[in-house]
Design a protein around this ligand. Sequence first.
Ligand SMILES: Cc1cc2nc3c(=O)[nH]c(=O)nc-3n(C[C@H](O)[C@H](O)[C@H](O)COP(=O)(O)OP(=O)(O)OC[C@H]3O[C@@H](n4cnc5c(N)ncnc54)[C@H](O)[C@@H]3O)c2cc1C
Length: 463
Amino acid sequence: MPEILTSRTFQPGLDLTPLRERIDGDVVAPGDYAWDEARQAWNLTVDQRPAAVALPEGPEDVVAIVAFAKANDLRLAPQGTGHGAAALDRLDDTILLKTERMRGVTIDPDTRTARAEAGVIWIEVVEAAAEHGLAALAGSSPDVGVVGYTLGGGLSWLGRKHGIGANQVTAIEVATASGDLVRTDWANEPDLFWALRGGGGSFGIVTAIEFNLFPMVEIYAGILWFPVDRATEILKAWRAWTDDLPDEMTSVGRILQFPPIQEIPEPVRGQSFVVVQAIWSGEPAEGERLLEPLRALGPVMDTVATTPVQELSRLHMDPEGPAPGAGDGGMLDDVDDDLIDLFVEHVVGTPILSAEIRHLGGAVARRSLQHGAVDVFEAPYLMFAVGIAPTAEAREVVDSAAARLRDMLAPWEGEHTNMNFAETRRKASSLFSSASYHRLRRIKAIVDPTDLVRSNHPIPPAF
Ligand SMILES: Cc1cc2nc3c(=O)[nH]c(=O)nc-3n(C[C@H](O)[C@H](O)[C@H](O)COP(=O)(O)OP(=O)(O)OC[C@H]3O[C@@H](n4cnc5c(N)ncnc54)[C@H](O)[C@@H]3O)c2cc1C
């Protein structure tokens, strides 16, 4: 059995010169002028202290970084943006490999596919695809990394119609722990291709990813806003409404409590709401008809309208650029009246900025032998709560409010959660079906037996 390199220690005398001379990109070490900027994650609550930060310009650089890490008994943590950095373990013995300079995007309108290099963020693909009348299975945030999101599954506003993002991937290029550049698809390295589609970042350094796009120019979408003191009533009405909806309708029931800070726009600054976000990808008239029962509840603001499809990237009002966020989430096997009562009780008046319940089902719940490591999301709903945490004290307060909420909802929590919505470290086996988990561990043992590549949700090799 190969030795797993768990006891690596940082050598203060580490000489980075050979790597600096070898790659086009940069290598930043503790004490360097650019150190604090280089080690910063998108999530500003995370204090990353790796042995060094490497910023490759392309796949050949990545291969050289892999070779250097192995030669120096260090590990590698690939990172696109650091949206998922909260769950990463200590990095003392690790080179943080940040792919932010690898930003090429190509759209092929004939095959309706996109190719994104490792550092591309969603808005870059969304806008490039829109020029060709195409839409991608992007998530709620414009600046989440395409690769990190897709390796973890990928829940899009179009997911109920087109499925989990990872299951629309057609090829993945990866630098393996053995130092090879490999193009994986259904025909080449199919096991590795399967593992990468949902198994997270444990299986190599992805250098580029290709995936399907969908013809779509406009979408009928927006938000119905209600005063927060109607939270229980509105969320119960929304929950009942989600029964038997067509796959073209995706929706979210959400409580928003905006702090009175400059960054929040004037009309909502310092105010709280319960909202229903609705995204309808069918004929607008039919969407309008379906929304009638919710509109009859009398929203104080109604922004649901036909808009260019790229506007979906900002529907959820996720912060762009680095932000100090803390929170957590999980799948829900059911949402009933008792859950909604507890949800409202443990969110309203707490430091949680946003607590949402997303409706799943539809295509994200349909199995296929073509799918990757995350075949389906079995649970019909997903919960995520987040707050702003600019200081350590604020983080503690938000973390404990989010943890209390999760504890209260534990009786409804699904058996498996999805790593993209797990901001705390979880048992790897809780992120996958048992069969997928064991297959992932066997593949990890083959492609990276010494556990060189570290993920925020690691898969341990099994021999
Ligand atoms: C505001 C916000 C909104 C979000 N909305 C959604 C949503 O709507 N739907 C959804 O599914 N998720 C959503 N997420 C979760 C998000 O998809 C995950 O946090 C995802 O891991 C972020 O990817 P990243 O590359 O931006 O982050 P990173 O922290 O850079 O990456 C996360 C992990 O991905 C792996 N990884 C990244 N790049 C590579 C690479 N080149 N090679 C190998 N492994 C790599 C690593 O294991 C890394 O630790 C959201 C998160 C935030 C903070």
